[in-house]
Ligand binder design. Structure first.
Ligand code: DAH
Length: 339
């Protein structure tokens, strides 16, 4: 009987096919319920004790040979199928490819990055969960400073030192702590404020922060940089810097662009003035430079911050900020872009 099994081993070793049905017949013959192997296993109890060991070994060898042959042949057949699938019928109709679209916030963010990259700004990022120092204190907002109330803050658990950043100005501090001037960087990112949600404001939104530190930087440099940006972004060539207050800049200003009053929408969104506010800016307060170990007698510079949603709403004429976060595909698929 052992010779018979060895014959089967040779037969299994020699087997080869490119045909799935033949392979299945082979599998059934050797490994099927009523196959050769099961017959031999059933025979095992009748084998004299002194032959059991050798019998067991050859029968296992047969099992392994048959199983490996099936596995290898299946793989060979499958890879042949696959290559046929790819290169087979070149005239067949193409599979439709469904192209996704980038989120409008990402599109606008990438546009802003591109525009500032052209004038030498790099991109920097910081954490969304911040500490008090980077979000407030280093930015000239010490504890109990009334301007802290300008931004309703989400604190993490009960530790008042850990919070969700209320603005990307925190990245300014981190960047200055880790880099020596000259500095030209923009920091896009998500920010959080404990605010009621409406069509115009949300508790989560995005900002882009800009920071320029060097020797002898002037307010005129700030204005030219912002003018260049608004021309590139909106195609508008008139801006004004309206005096304002931020603790981290002195002097500070609000950035308005002249949108015009051509259409009814222009009237509505500019409240009849033609002017639109898009962010804040100013010359970095010497205290902030000191807090970041930069000598204010040697260096100075400007900073600005803008809301990404606001810019996207203006560009795409979106009337409700909540649309950005609802992930309704009917809204999202309207934004096809290669940026
Ligand atoms: N951080 C301010 C805000 O969230 C925006 C801002 C204003 C940023 C003036 C600046 C700046 O860098 O100079 O409202």
């Amino acid at each position: 009987m052992i010779d018979k099994i060895k014959d089967y081993i040779s037969e299994a070793e020699a087997f080869s096919t490119e045909n799935a049905a033949e392979l299945e017949a082979f599998r059934i013959k050797f490994l099927g319920k009523k196959g050769v192997l099961n017959d031999f296993f059933a025979e095992f109890k009748n084998v004299p004790n002194d032959q059991k060991k050798e019998f067991g070994q050859v029968i296992n060898a047969l099992k392994n040979t048959a199983e490996e042959k099936v596995k290898a042949t299946v793989e060979a057949l499958e890879s042949k199928e696959e290559s046929k699938g790819i290169f087979g019928d070149l005239t067949r109709a193409a599979e439709p490819v469904i192209i996704g679209s980038r989120h409008p916030i990402s599109i606008v963010k990438n546009q802003i990055i591109d525009i500032f990259a052209n004038i030498g700004f790099n991109v920097s990022e910081g954490p969304e969960i911040e500490d008090d120092w980077h979000n407030f204190t280093a930015l000239n907002l010490p504890e109990y400073h009334p301007a802290r109330d300008m931004q309703d803050t989400f604190f993490i658990q009960t530790n008042p030192d850990v919070l969700l950043r209320t603005h990307t100005s925190s990245v300014q501090v981190r960047y200055m702590e880790n880099h020596k001037p000259p500095i030209r960087t923009i920091s896009p990112g998500r920010v959080f404020r404990n605010e009621a949600i409406s069509s115009r404001s949300h508790c989560i939104f995005h900002q882009v922060e800009g920071l320029y530190i060097d020797k002898d930087v002037s307010f005129a440099d700030l204005k030219q940089t912002l003018l260049y940006f608004t021309k590139e972004m909106f195609g508008k060539s008139k801006i004004r810097l309206r005096p304002s207050y931020f603790p981290f800049t002195e002097p500070s200003a609000e950035i308005d662009i002249y949108w015009g009053l051509k259409t009814e929408t222009d009237y509505r969104i500019t409240k009849g003035t033609g002017w639109l506010e898009i962010g804040g800016c100013g010359m970095v307060d010497p205290n902030v430079l000191k807090n970041c170990d930069i000598n204010p007698d040697e260096y100075n510079g400007f900073a600005f911050g803008m809301g990404v949603e606001r810019i996207a709403m203006l560009l795409y004429q979106i009337g409700d900020i909540r649309m950005f976060y609802e992930n309704d595909v009917r809204f999202l698929e309207q934004f096809k872009s290669n940026i």
